[in-house]
Design a binder for this molecule. Structure first.
Ligand SMILES: *Cc1c(COP(=O)(O)O)cnc(C)c1O
Length: 374
């Protein structure tokens, strides 16, 4: 038997034949496909990081602080800036919010349990769910008479009642569609389930004015958790730091499944240094939001159908063959994301120059590529 077949026969049956997560990491002039920040870490912060890591380097013979106490305090202080008071005892962190989600599923999912999400949403939610042996239930978005990608109270509540999941994922602002959820939906889902409700707020900092965070709903709701990340607005995707706010009892459950010392000393140090310079790290959020709004306006003018966005990206429809447009943009040096929704593509809002490159490339294609109704 060839090695591949031998290994395949040993693999967990539910993993056989699967393909791994694979957003292309291509070298292109204009990379607008994974919602990273296009802006490098500011020089002042980069050198502060280098100094801080140099200072801890000689102590790397020791394990890191298993409870990342100082980092939790810094994250709590950062979340509390938004006007809701979050205590360090309510904050958990991991190597990216993906690891935080994994901890949640390891603790609250597992074989015989189910997790419900409303798709199209973040593609990693079902991957993380099934990786832990939890059954994924594919719920639907779409409100008759309103947006095709909207999720309203009635639709969400009905699906929660029907499937009785152990974990419910809500994503707000939603990736890949871009729009934030009303808090009435979060409240209704919480009331409709006895399970854990996870609100993934990876893009919260980009939301349009007046968009409240689910953090405001935490008091009195011990089954609610809100996840955040430093990968997007904080421009620290390479630092791998995600976190959540929730009830201390939830955190104790996560301590049962995390590997000890999961956050390395350099990781904790880098994240703390970034948080100490939060205003500087977040300085480009305004520019990115402007580019996002510009993309929505210009695509509308081109006759395409962008979805209203509270994030650092825009999903747009109205393409005859989305994959053909994806390829044609790539030929012009612009990498966007084909998220698998027919007639739609997703583009990250980058620098003004990158946005111009994308808009120019797309404008040249529209006469032949525009087509199907959104
Ligand atoms: C990008 C993204 C994340 C971030 O994952 P990290 O592991 O923190 O880099 C989480 N949730 C959603 C919806 C995302 O789009």
């Amino acid at each position: 038997m060839d090695p591949r077949a031998q290994v395949e026969s040993l693999l967990r049956p539910d993993l056989r034949g699967r393909t791994a997560y694979g957003a292309p990491q291509l070298e292109v002039p204009v990379a607008l496909n994974t919602n990273e920040s296009s802006y490098p870490v500011p020089e002042v912060v980069a050198s502060a990081m280098a100094r801080a890591v140099a200072q801890v380097a000689r102590d790397l013979n020791r394990y890191p602080d298993r409870e990342f106490t100082a980092l939790r305090a810094d994250l709590a202080a950062y979340l509390s800036r938004g006007g809701v008071s979050v205590a360090p005892e309510q904050v958990w962190a991991g190597n990216g919010s993906n690891e935080v989600l994994l901890h949640l599923l390891q603790a609250f999912g597992g074989p015989g349990r189910t997790a419900l999400g409303f798709t199209p949403a973040y593609s990693m939610h079902p991957v993380i769910t099934t990786t832990t042996g939890t059954t994924w239930v594919d719920g639907m978005r779409g409100v008759p008479g309103a947006g095709r990608f909207d999720l309203d109270v009635a639709t969400a509540r009905a699906q929660v009642r029907e499937h009785r999941p152990d974990v419910v994922f809500l994503c707000s602002p939603n990736n890949p569609t871009g729009t934030a959820l009303g808090l009435d939906v979060v409240e209704a889902v919480y009331e409709a389930t006895t399970g854990l409700v996870v609100v993934d707020e990876a893009y919260a900092e980009f939301a349009r004015p007046g968009t409240p965070s689910a953090l405001t709903l935490l008091p009195g709701r011990p089954r609610l958790v809100v996840t955040r990340t430093m990968s997007k607005a904080f421009a620290l995707a390479g630092g791998r730091l995600g976190y959540l706010a929730g009830d201390p009892a939830v955190l104790d459950a996560l301590r049962l499944v995390r590997m000890p010392y999961h956050l390395s000393t350099p990781t904790q140090t880098l994240a703390r240094t970034a948080l100490a310079h939060a205003d500087l790290m977040l300085e480009t959020v305004g520019v990115v939001k402007d580019q996002r709004d510009r993309i929505v306006a210009e695509l509308t003018a081109m006759g395409l159908s962008p979805v209203p966005s509270d994030a650092n990206f825009v999903l747009f429809g109205g393409l005859a063959d989305a994959h053909a447009t994806w390829e044609a943009l790539l030929e012009r040096g612009v990498l966007v994301r084909d998220v698998g929704i027919p007639h739609y593509l997703r583009v990250t809002a980058g620098t003004p120059t990158e946005t111009t490159a994308f808009l120019d490339a797309l404008a040249a294609l529209v006469p032949t590529h525009a087509g199907a109704a959104p």
